[in-house]
Write a protein that binds this ligand. Structure first.
Ligand code: COA
Length: 181
């Protein structure tokens, strides 16, 4: 049986990280992520222009989690409690026991292995606690960092969809990767 219940919020711990709920106090870090055009290059979401936009993102994430529809974890370093990135399941299809994993790191914390470490914890939670059967990742082909990260985690490239997403006046190709339990 599937177990999609994020109340109380499932805090996850890894060797170096604590993954906790995103909070209003993360707004500055969230703004720096969401307003950075390089970071957001392959994430088809509007760029944040104001702190209020970032607060809106946090509120939206928390609302989805409260309603057990989606989950996002703030990636923090043990003992520091500063949001360094976000990882989660922005799309869950309970009827198919399938979830989509998504992730972003703040530009100050890249290439430290944090995304890999957080991804492993999110995957373990997805399979062991949520009892998903499969997890997918949808990635734009030129996003080498994301492709390498997901392949390192054992995901298999299953599809190349042409003009799959319409964003900012452009049709974007998307790769679909998946990992089956
Ligand atoms: C993708 C992303 C989350 C990776 O975060 P990270 O913390 O730097 O990743 P890690 O340090 O855990 O690296 C894991 C592996 O990913 C690959 N990788 C990460 N950044 C890379 C880069 N810039 N170029 C090529 N490979 C990269 C490497 O294989 C790396 O392993 P290695 O360091 O042992 O070689 C980060 O680049 C990011 O936030 N990108 C912008 C947001 C985004 O595109 N999200 C995904 C949307 S689908």
């Amino acid at each position: 049986m599937l177990n999609i219940n994020f109340n109380p919020f499932p805090v996850l711990e890894t060797e170096r990280l604590i993954l906790r709920n995103v909070a209003h106090t993360d707004v500055q870090q969230m703004f720096e992520i969401r307003s950075n055009a390089t970071t957001m290059q392959y994430i088809p979401r509007p760029l944040a222009k104001t702190i209020d936009d970032a607060l809106g993102v946090i509120n939206m994430m928390r609302g989805f989690t409260e309603r057990n529809e989606r989950i996002n974890w703030a990636i923090t370093e043990k003992g520091k409690d500063i949001l360094m990135g976000v990882i989660g399941y922005p799309n869950i299809r309970p009827e198919s026991h399938r979830g989509e994993v998504g992730y972003v790191m703040h530009h100050n914390y890249l290439r430290k292995g944090y995304a890999s470490e957080a991804l492993q914890a999110a995957l373990d939670y997805g399979f062991d606690v949520m009892k998903l059967h499969s997890i997918e990742a949808i990635i734009q082909p030129p996003n080498t960092a994301s492709v390498n990260l997901i392949e390192k985690a054992g995901f298999v490239r299953e599809a190349y969809f042409k003009d799959y997403t319409y964003h900012n006046g452009q049709y974007l190709d998307q790769l679909v990767y998946s990992l089956i339990r």
